[in-house]
Design a protein around this ligand. Sequence first.
Ligand code: 5GP
Length: 187
Amino acid sequence: MRTVVDQGADIGEVLLTEDQIQTRVAELGAAISADMAGRQLTLVSVLKGSLPFMADLMRAISLPVRIDLMEVSSYGGATTESSGLVRILKDLSSSIEGEDILIVEDIIDTGLTLNYLVRYLRGKKPASLRICTLLDKPARRLVEIDVNYTGFTIPDQFVVGYGLDYGELYRNLRYVGVLKPEVYSQA
Ligand code: 5GP
């Protein structure tokens, strides 16, 4: 594994700028607040990729919110293909029975991870369950999922930044971009 010194230098193309992301997150927060007015929401975020989105989105929502965090694994290490295997690495820390749940996801690709998660959370008997994803790559969908809020629909490219990693790096970039091809060939 090569040592990365300048993460920005590895980016071949910026798909979404920091401004575009922040504007959209504010819009999503306003829409969620209007749709769920008068209620209290529990945001369930999926570590680690959703961390920046969760942090920004929760502050763009004007309703009272609780948060909980789960961690699931679907990709092994520095690969860019979904294995279809989902393992719970970290479960909810409290019951969600009777609560209005909003799943906060970074990206939906094949949909296998979210499909698993939705079924798992439905089993915990929440009052309602909605889904908000920052990014959607519909081209590779293997299972149909009803998404209530989507930040951006993007083409079938492997993206990094704003929480999304390659080999655990690039998560702290403020924008979403595509890595230069040589980054993969040197891995
Ligand atoms: P799915 O199960 O929908 O195929 O994949 C969902 C998970 O795969 C996401 O939560 C994310 O962790 C990872 N993933 C999917 N597409 C990308 C991508 O373009 N870039 C990165 N960094 N991760 C991705």
